[in-house]
Design a protein around this ligand. Structure first.
Ligand code: UDP
Ligand code: MG
Length: 149
């Protein structure tokens, strides 16, 4: 069982695509365990993207992610990281396959709509920036035996 961290970035909120994108995540069958609407602070952004600190796009990335509200989510299930990354699509929307979120809604790498952790280890780190353990909701979806064998 894996936990995956997802952030619907400011462009998703500003463009009114929150429902559209959550629908796709929900459709996978992965279990929602946490969700909140928030504006990312400078401190949170610096922690989240610490790995990219030396990259040329880092200042604009931090400015973008802190520029307007976002939706943070945690989903859980077998292969949650790979499954989510697959429906998100390639980093640059021009390379993202049609049918993926970035492939269907994006054109610019600096406005690629959604973040999803690239490993279980990074998901654990990122969940810790956005949520407390108490905010993880424990529940049993009635559909579960029809989603996971
Ligand atoms: N990014 C950017 N320009 C680049 C590369 C990345 O603006 O040349 C931004 C983009 O928002 C991307 C984020 O930095 O989603 C993190 O980059 P990463 O390579 O981790 O891509 P991801 O894991 O989001 O696909
Ligand atoms: Mg990444």
């Amino acid at each position: 069982m894996e936990r995956e961290f997802i952030l619907l970035k400011p462009d998703t909120v500003q463009r009114g695509l929150v429902g559209e994108i959550i629908k796709r995540i929900e459709n996978t069958g992965l279990k929602l365990v946490a969700m909140k609407f928030l504006q990312v602070t400078q401190d949170m952004a610096e922690k989240h993207y610490a790995v990219h600190k030396e990259r040329p796009f880092y200042p604009s990335l931090v400015k973008y992610i802190t520029s307007a509200p976002t939706v943070a989510m945690v989903v859980e299930g077998p292969n949650a990281v790979a499954k989510t990354r697959n429906i998100v699509g390639a980093t640059h929307p021009k390379d993202a396959t049609p049918g993926t979120i970035r492939g269907d809604f994006g054109i610019d790498i600096g406005r690629n709509l959604i973040h999803a952790s690239d490993s279980v280890e990074n998901a654990t780190y990122e969940i810790g920036i956005y949520f407390t353990e108490e905010e993880m909701v424990s529940w049993d979806p009635i559909r579960q035996p029809w989603v996971v064998e």
